[in-house]
Design a protein around this ligand. Structure first.
Ligand code: PAF
Length: 284
């Protein structure tokens, strides 16, 4: 595995691989890697000859008062993990390399519809920051495909929409959420949880399971189901931000008769904000 920090070095290597007709898969991350990221890498290997991983904690996607400064930066440990799974190239640029004029005045990408509601309610500007950095990274790496986890489902939809709207010739591959043995979705932010909060945290997944079970058993009273899910979370000690049943492809409100639904939730447990989702196909 080689590690590069500059766009020039990155492009030199990409060009050499391209000259040999090799296909390139890309896994963008913010580091602090866990088994969920490594599952993306494993999938990436199935799709290409070369795997590029980026580690960049993107200031543009953090709002004021969010955890940009405290976000875990564990480059040395991450490099060891990536060596072990035998990726080809780690791109770890500085903020100045990615935003030479400063991220506050950089050109930005706005993705309508997919970026509205849900997580955007509490994180205004977040998806513009994500779309902007992903577009920049796509232009730097120019991969054939890029892999994203389904845990960040709204992010996945934003990126799909951006790729379609801006005609990036990149296949977006969604990878199922990797979970701990007790069901908690793996996330870099799980490390913020206290011992007691960590015991409570899997209830988020349980709440989603209960609601998807209700849907599969034929319930279509979406508002009541959402309310029950949120109440379950409150009783467990969470402060829910949203608990909602949506159409899986558009994230628009669920309507009776729609076969592909997704249940999504975001909730705070102490100071830690957790998100998760479960898709629910009602097709027999
Ligand atoms: O999901 C993440 O880790 C980030 O939002 C991403 C896609 C790497 C962009 O910074």
């Amino acid at each position: 595995m080689q590690t590069v920090n500059s766009i020039v070095e990155l492009r030199r290597q990409i060009k050499a691989w391209r000259q040999h007709g090799q296909r390139i898969a890309f896994v963008p991350t913010m580091g602090n890697l866990h088994a969920g990221h490594l599952a993306l890498v494993e999938q990436a290997k199935q799709h290409a000859d070369r795997v590029v991983v980026s580690i960049f904690v993107n200031p543009m996607q953090f709002g004021p008062g969010e955890d940009f400064d405290s976000y875990p930066r564990t480059l040395a440990a991450d490099s060891v993990k990536l060596e072990q799974v035998a990726i080809d190239l780690l791109f770890a640029p500085s903020v100045e390399e990615v935003y030479p004029h400063g991220h506050g005045v950089a050109s930005q990408i706005e993705v309508p519809e997919a970026s509205e509601g849900l997580c955007a309610e509490s994180r205004p500007g977040h998806f513009s920051g994500v779309a902007t950095v992903v577009a920049k990274l796509f232009n730097m790496v120019q991969p054939d495909c890029a892999l994203f986890g389904e845990k960040d489902y709204q992010q996945l939809q934003v990126i799909r929409r951006m790729v379609a709207d801006l005609c990036f010739p990149i296949e977006i591959v969604a990878v199922p959420t990797k979970r701990e043995a007790d069901g908690l979705a793996m996330s870099s932010r799980n490390g913020y949880l206290s011992v007691v909060e960590r015991e409570i945290a899997p209830r988020l997944h349980q709440a989603l399971q209960q609601v998807t079970q209700g849907l599969k058993q034929g319930r279509r009273d979406y508002v009541a189901l959402e309310q029950e899910g949120a109440e379950f979370l409150v009783a467990a000690g969470f402060v829910p931000e949203y608990f909602t049943i949506r159409q899986a492809d558009t994230l628009q409100a669920a309507e009776p008769g729609m076969p592909e639904l997704i249940v999504l939730a975001a909730a705070k447990l102490g100071k830690t904000r957790l998100i998760d989702n479960l898709d629910c196909s009602l097709v027999e």
